[in-house]
Write a protein of this length. Structure first.
Length: 135
């Protein structure tokens, strides 16, 4: 099974793109996939996460163009869409994927995102309450 994190940064679409989607080479310059573990996942495992579908991309860009003012003047690049796979991971993404087998560093980094709820847990026999007795 695959699990992981995704980091995304706000982008000034109006000033960085006039046509979408990006050419595949530019896509691979903008998107980096790094796996942490002892080996690269199988291509069949990645299809569930990274599959590209031309029609979905075209439909999404058309919707953005019609409904989002930031995309109103973006040109949909049909020749680039035609270069995309129909139902697969783009080859350039597969070719530029990296693997890091430093699982200790990854685990250390991952553990700092969410505080451990048991880090300051009390021993079961200790208490911070003061008993109140009736006189």
């Amino acid at each position: 099974a695959l699990k992981g994190k995704c980091i995304s940064f706000p982008q000034d679409v109006i000033n960085i793109a006039t046509t979408l989607p990006l050419e595949l080479d530019d896509l691979c310059d903008s998107l980096k996939i790094i796996f942490v573990g002892s080996r690269m996942p199988q291509r069949s495992q990645l299809k569930h996460v990274l599959t590209v579908r031309k029609k979905k991309i075209y439909d999404a860009l058309q919707w953005l163009n019609q409904n989002n003012p930031l995309y109103r003047y973006i040109t949909i690049n049909l020749p680039t869409i035609d270069k995309l796979p129909d139902d697969d991971v783009p080859e350039c993404l597969w070719a530029t994927m990296e693997i890091s087998n430093n699982t200790e560093a990854a685990e250390s980094e991952r553990s700092s995102y969410i505080p451990d709820p048991l880090a300051n847990a009390f021993e079961p026999n200790t208490t911070t309450t003061v008993p109140i007795t009736a006189r």
